[in-house]
Design a protein around this ligand. Structure first.
Ligand code: GLC
Ligand code: CA
Length: 544
């Protein structure tokens, strides 16, 4: 008999996951950088919010060229964040708060300061040489014209071996060679060691790039990708009851069905970015801004909801540490900040999939408009330099950075209205958003009408009503230029969600809304009639 469990009854199908960017969450020792003890001190807050698991951006040992996404030791904690003992304590303490800890696995590349790479670059016969991707060449004559995501060539010359190594991200992030079975085995052993420590799962960084084939200029979705993933899953994840979520910028619904096949052969789910890439000029970079095509947004959500239903599993998110704040991006961070933050929450949390909340999203935290010298992110700094060299207007570059810089998401968490928003007693590594006096956790946990309480309620509703997990999605009013409306239906319940995505009052025009529906949540106090929807008004009804 086949004893392998399938994904149908997994805990993470009813879960809500909270992402912490440890550097910016809570600093326990005043060095200006968030740390593991800081996270431990905030577990009560997370339990009150009601989340089931925390995904931690990388905390392993790292020279921090890309804020920890450049790992030099996968089995130790960076002293900046604490020690391995702190990590073990976090896992145990979180468990007492009914929270699982999910680690970020960066398996596409390591740091150039990792022992493997230090060995690999010594000579071509070194046993670790083949852990990385090398090509012969002559200095100054690159193997091909491939570019790195953070700018510049994807090839770097190493005189000792007279070869180039391949890096899809910064020069300090050499790509690992997944074709080498010995490397794969080392990775599996490392993962199983973390599983033994009691972690609840893993987020897999840029996982669709591990099967690269640079000679054919292939980065995402290489031919051997799903073969590698099935082996990885068999050797590690399937031995425990874990959640696994892969970051897959190149995923289509067809590919997502492979990744998140209910037979549990690969991952639980992937992050796909089709909705997130809509407000940029097609074929260009994220910095090349375009207005959000609203009808397209609805079409994209509807397609993912429909196609994965019963055949895979969606992750639901607006935000992460690489993305601008959603309330500034597609809401209104001025006069309707709270209303639009709640509307976006209600819209997303009614969908099928596992919702992710990025730290501060539950407070409606906003983007920042800093001067260039206040930015720290390697991608932002490189972009600025490149575009200045290319002759772009400075004001245009800053407009792009204000809209899309990853530092928008990375400003310190706003805990209260004391110095540095209560994040740190020292000088924070990145400036605090000046609006912390108004927007902070202390205010909002005390105010039953806050964005925080809206998120808390949505999390509770997901636990209470099965239709959030299993209801079949149907898009309503597909051609409406203002409203995002849908139903979710199972054998005994129906949810109706209707959201005004913009700032002017519009007629509702939904025949589905009738007296038999009970209001579950909304973002206006007197939302008892269906005639009109006010700016950013959102309502969620249930019929049982
Ligand atoms: C992912 C991470 C991002 C990082 C990159 C390289 O996209 O989310 O923060 O810079 O991978 O590891
Ligand atoms: Ca610290």
């Amino acid at each position: 008999m086949d004893k392998r469990s399938t994904n149908n009854e997994k805990w993470w199908k009813r879960a809500v996951i909270y992402q912490i960017y440890p550097r910016s969450f809570a600093d326990s020792n005043g060095d200006g950088i968030g740390d593991l003890q800081g996270i431990i001190s905030k577990l009560d807050y997370l339990e009150e919010l009601g989340i089931d698991a925390v995904w931690l951006s990388p905390v392993c040992k790292s020279p921090q060229d890309d804020n920890g996404y450049d790992i030099s030791d996968y089995q130790d904690i960076d002293p900046m964040f604490g020690s391995l003992a702190d990590m073990e304590q976090l896992i145990q303490e979180a468990k007492k708060h009914h929270i699982r800890i999910i680690l970020d696995l960066v398996l596409n590349h390591s740091s150039d300061e990792h022992f493997w790479f230090q060995e690999a670059k010594k000579d071509r016969d070194n046993p670790y040489h083949d852990y990385y991707v090398w090509r012969d060449g002559k200095e100054g004559e690159l193997p091909n014209g491939m570019r790195a995501v953070f700018g510049g060539a994807a090839w770097e010359w190493v005189p000792e071996v007279q070869q180039y190594y391949f890096h899809q991200f910064s020069v300090k992030q050499p790509d690992l060679n997944w074709e080498n079975p010995k490397l794969r085995r080392e990775i599996y052993d490392m993962i199983n060691w973390w599983v033994g420590k009691g972690v609840g799962g893993f987020r897999l960084d840029v996982i669709d790039q591990i099967a690269k084939e640079p000679d054919r200029q292939i980065t995402n979705n290489g031919p051997r990708l799903h073969e590698y993933l099935r082996e990885l899953s068999r050797e590690t994840f399937q031995k425990a009851d874990l959640v696994t979520v892969g970051e897959a910028w190149g995923a289509t619904t067809e590919l997502a069905k492979l990744y998140s096949n209910p037979d549990n052969s690969e991952l639980s789910m992937v992050f796909q970015f089709e909705h997130i890439c809509l407000d940029q000029i097609a074929g260009k970079e994220k910095w090349d801004l375009a207005p959000l095509p609203f009808l397209k947004l609805k079409e994209v959500f509807a397609r993912w909801q429909t196609q994965l239903c019963g055949k895979g599993w969606n992750s639901l998110f607006w935000n992460n540490h690489d993305l601008p704040r959603i309330v500034s991006r597609w809401g209104n961070d001025k006069e309707y900040r709270a209303e639009s933050a709640k509307m976006l929450a209600i819209l997303l949390h009614g969908l099928q999939g596992t919702p992710y909340i990025y730290q501060g999203e539950e407070l409606g935290m906003t983007n920042v408009q800093y001067e260039m010298e206040d930015y720290k992110d390697i991608e932002t700094l490189n972009l600025y330099r490149e575009r200045v060299e290319k002759g772009y207007e400075k004001s245009d570059i800053m407009r792009s950075i204000h809209a899309k810089s990853r530092d928008n998401a990375r400003t310190p968490m706003q805990w209260n209205d004391s110095k540095n928003a209560g994040f740190s007693d020292g000088e924070p590594w990145l400036k605090v958003n000046p609006n912390y006096m108004e927007i902070n956790a202390a205010n909002q946990t005390a105010d039953a009408d806050s964005v925080f309480h809206c998120y808390k309620k949505l999390i509770q509703l997901r636990k209470e009503y099965a239709v959030f997990t299993d209801g079949v999605f149907e898009l309503l009013l597909a051609e409406d230029e203002n409203l995002f409306a849908y139903t979710r239906t199972n054998a005994s319940q129906q949810l109706l969600v209707v959201c005004n995505f913009y700032g002017k009052t519009v007629p509702c025009g939904l025949k589905q809304a009738d007296a038999s529906m009970r209001l579950l949540i909304s973002n206006y106090k007197d939302a008892d009639q269906m005639m009109n929807l006010r700016p950013y008004e959102a309502r969620m009804y249930i019929k049982e």
